[in-house]
Design a protein around this ligand. Structure first.
Ligand code: GLV
Length: 325
């Protein structure tokens, strides 16, 4: 008998077909969000699950899902999963690194340009029938070219964002828990600085850190106060990395000129004050969402699930200390 697996949200048909070659697959092609109770019910008897970043996997869930052996997240981030609890329960956890780096970096640039050059605000102006004609000072924005780009978190995505800055003749500064190699710094044309110097010098600050207890509110009131007057903040990493309430204050009263945000605290709920601000570009956590990349993420998660349950060695294993039972 084939092992049973659950796919918690809609995925591409060929991904399901691939999984069906190995497993009895239950999938949620209706794409209805599952609350905890529904998820637990649907996980009964399952050996594996393909989760999305909105499915929380913790010790309580694992305690009532004893047949589970693998949790394969369709995301590079995995702050929705308690890795240690999974390891203790003998459950392998995987993510989808690599496949989404370029698309996420592209989208970070979309946010940079849209925010600095007020694309969304001016689009709304036109659509509302408010355009009365050209004038010199209309929608004055901030130049991106020759500005200083600050990158907090110089992992795979941060580096891709940095490399794209070359075309804009920018100075690129970065801060990271560990300084990158000289080779990476050369390829990215980026200079390592302290977090304080990064905050003080960046005209545009992009966040590319994972969400962990250490990075919770890594950009809060004190950090925002250290930023340059007129600076722009871009967050396509995770909600919770930024203190959204403090951000609202920094956007309304300075020092920030604008923010481009793809992620939020308490998604999908938004801080209503953010929505009321014109100098903010808001998108619904879609930085990786090109058709090719979302397909690549789902297929990589499926490969991880197949490898986990057939060999015990998934390529993107996050908790190698899991206890094999
Ligand atoms: C998206 O946010 C991801 O972590 O892949």
């Amino acid at each position: 008998m084939k092992p049973k697996v659950l796919v918690t949200r809609e995925v591409f048909d060929d991904v399901l077909a691939y999984l069906a070659g190995f497993f009895e697959v239950a999938s949620n092609q209706a794409d209805l969000p599952m609350d905890r109770e529904t998820l637990v019910r649907n996980l009964a008897g399952m050996s594996g699950v393909m989760t999305t970043l909105v499915d929380r996997v913790d010790a309580d869930l694992l305690a009532v899902c004893p047949t589970l052996k693998a949790v394969c997240n369709i995301a590079v981030g995995f702050n929705n999963i308690d890795l240690a609890a999974c390891a203790r329960a003998g459950v392998m956890v995987t993510n989808t690194p690599g496949v989404l780096d370029d698309s996420t970096a592209d989208f970070t640039w979309a946010l940079i340009l849209a925010t600095a050059r007020r694309v969304v605000e001016s689009d709304a102006h036109l659509r509302a029938g408010q355009w009365q004609g050209w004038y010199l000072k209309q929608f004055l924005g901030t130049d991106v070219h020759h500005a200083t780009l600050g990158i907090l978190g110089m992992g795979r995505i941060g580096r891709k964002v940095a490399r794209r800055a070359a075309g804009f003749d920018m100075t690129v500064l970065y801060h990271n828990a560990r300084q990158a190699s000289a080779e990476v710094e050369r390829a990215c044309n980026a200079t390592f600085v302290s977090k304080e110097a990064l905050l003080a010098q960046a005209d545009i600050l992009c966040l590319h850190v994972p969400y962990t207890p250490e990075t919770h509110h890594i950009i809060g009131r004190p950090e925002l106060a250290m930023m340059k007057p007129g600076a722009i903040l871009i967050n396509a990493a995770r909600g919770g990395v930024v203190d959204d309430a403090a951000l609202v204050k920094a956007l309304a009263g300075g020092p920030l000129a604008g923010a481009g945000l793809d992620v939020f605290e308490n998604e999908p709920a938004l801080n209503p004050a953010l929505v009321a601000l014109a100098n903010v570009v808001l998108t619904p956590h879609i930085a990786s969402s090109s058709a090719a990349t979302r397909h690549g993420m789902a297929m990589l998660a499926a490969h991880n699930l197949v490898a986990a349950l057939t060999t015990g060695k998934p390529p993107n294993l996050l908790n190698p200390e899991y206890r094999q039972t």
